[in-house]
Design a protein around this ligand. Structure first.
Ligand SMILES: [Zn+2]
Length: 496
């Protein structure tokens, strides 16, 4: 990666401007944002925190003991910094964790044991596994399923996928699998097996789109072995697959978000919320997704507190839990803080690793764009920034969007995010913490700007939120993420 440290110098040069005001006999104290910037680019425990969260605690799927340790650790970080903090309970609807996943492929003169990963919301198998024919269903298109016809019934279908290189590829993969699943289920398959989209046999977790309602074994097979199976099938060798999925599944249980706060002064009841999820999937250590942004958030709160910077509005720093399993922590927050949502001026989510912040998604709310642009203007040296006024589903801004709260998602350069997404390779060293520190500066400017600006956007009505659904691809995104039903039924989001 190209060294970007010159940009830090550029920011400090900007800082020098107002301090050395021309003709001023006394040197003015630096503005709060300048002090925050200098502090965040200086010596802070950011790297140490990321090391503790990813190397010591490691992967921390909600429901695991590592996740509980991560909650206690995050709370302790806030408190050690003197930031007022608490953990807030919410209910996870379903337990889902993988204990182990194994597979054996057999055919005439062929036997091998590919590595697999169970997909979240897959069902378990008996210890001896579930054995069925393995059928090549191409890319799982309508035509592919028509070609395979009745052979898909009672079989595992093996779906070919492109190699994933970046975030665009990831969105495409999510959209495609959400279409493939219903076709496979309609064909009466025993289970779905995706040829892994990552090179070098890298395993990863990719949620089943249908979510907890799923009734079949679902898995990702390491790419190299998946391609081998496809070549055998296409060469005329019939294959069977035995999948042994040992899963820890169950009903609802309690989990916690961790909430820190810098209380406001003159508008303390108005809240600017900045969130990043603390949970991760378990194959990797959850550095890019999303330990980096969780520790960035702690670092910003720490510096606000240390420097005694108290804006007019309250800044709430929230480490969400249960994000990977359906944004459950932020959903829980909108339930327990329902009466307070009217006073939420803005909610922002950071969830795209350590790539440079290149702008923000502003949720199809044009009046929000100039406010974001103005808030980050003081740190323009870290740009260029470009706002994208589109709604985004798939991270913790979502339930705020459904409640009409102005919501923002950081748009970050892909950097190493895509190929390591939910994978064993999501580890500490994939994060360029120099870039993360610069993102902290941009983030501090964003929240400071919203916590001090004179006006705030009102909460939208259900009709206004509905209008966004109709004018954008929001409904399609929600369906492909399996979160449409709650909104349609009136159990999630703002009531009509
Ligand atoms: Zn994430």
């Amino acid at each position: 990666m190209v060294c970007r440290s010159w940009k830090a110098v550029a920011v400090l040069a900007i800082l020098a401007g107002p301090v050395a005001a021309q003709g001023s006999p006394a040197v003015a104290a630096p503005a709060p944002l300048d002090r925050l910037t200098a502090a965040l680019l200086g010596a802070t425990p950011l790297e140490q925190n990321l090391h503790e969260l990813t190397d010591k605690i490691g992967g921390r799927a909600t429901g695991s003991s590592a996740n509980v340790r991560a909650v206690d650790w995050a709370l302790a970080q806030f408190r050690a910094a003197g930031v007022k903090a608490q953990k807030e309970s919410f209910q996870m609807p379903n337990r889902w964790l993988e204990r182990s996943a194994r597979a054996v492929v057999k055919g005439e003169g062929v036997e091998f044991a590919p590595r697999i990963a169970a997909m979240p919301f897959s069902v378990a198998t008996p210890a001896s596994g579930v054995t069925a024919a393995l059928v090549d269903v191409g890319r799982g298109t309508k035509d592919d399923f028509a070609r395979v016809g009745a052979n898909a019934k009672g079989a595992y279908v093996l779906v070919e996928q492109d190699e994933l290189k970046d975030i665009e590829g990831l969105f495409k993969e999510y959209a495609e699998t959400a279409e493939i699943e219903p076709r496979a289920f309609a064909a009466g398959v025993a289970g779905v097996v995706y040829v892994g989209s990552r090179a070098n046999s890298l395993l990863y977790r990719h949620n089943v789109a249908i979510g907890a309602k799923n009734t079949r074994p679902m898995m990702v097979m390491e790419r190299d072995a998946g391609l081998r199976a496809l070549r055998l099938l296409r060469g005329g060798t019939a294959l069977s697959l035995t999948a042994m999925l040992d899963l820890d599944t169950g009903g609802a249980y309690e989990s916690w978000n961790v909430v820190g706060e810098i209380p406001g002064t003159t508008k303390a009841d108005e809240i600017v919320l900045i969130g990043a999820h603390l949970d991760s999937w378990d194959l990797g250590d959850g550095a890019l997704d999303n330990g980096a942004n969780a520790v960035m958030l702690i670092d910003i709160a720490r510096q606000f507190q240390r420097l005694g910077i108290r804006p007019a509005r309250t800044i709430r720093f929230v480490m969400w839990n249960g994000e990977e399993q359906g944004m459950e922590g932020s959903f829980g927050y909108t339930r327990s803080h329902l009466a307070e949502l009217e006073k939420h001026v803005m909610a922002t989510s950071f969830d795209i690793g350590c790539g440079r912040v290149q702008g923000f998604f502003t949720g199809a709310r044009p009046e929000l764009v100039p406010l974001v642009t103005k808030a980050i203007a003081p740190v323009a040296g870290l740009g260029p920034f470009k706002q994208t006024d589109a709604p985004l589903v798939g991270t913790d801004n979502f339930d705020f969007m459904l409640h009409g709260v102005a919501n923002i998602v950081a748009d970050q350069e892909s950097a190493s995010y895509g190929p390591n997404y939910h994978a064993r390779s999501d580890t500490y060293e994939k994060c360029d913490t120099r870039v993360l520190r610069q993102n902290a500066v941009v983030t501090a400017a964003l929240v400071y700007g919203f916590a001090t600006m004179p006006d705030a956007l009102p909460r939208q009505t259900r009709a206004q939120i509905d209008a966004i659904m109709k004018s954008t691809d929001l409904e399609a995104q929600m369906k492909s993420m399996g979160v449409w039903d709650g909104w349609a039924a009136g159990t999630r989001g703002r009531r009509p």
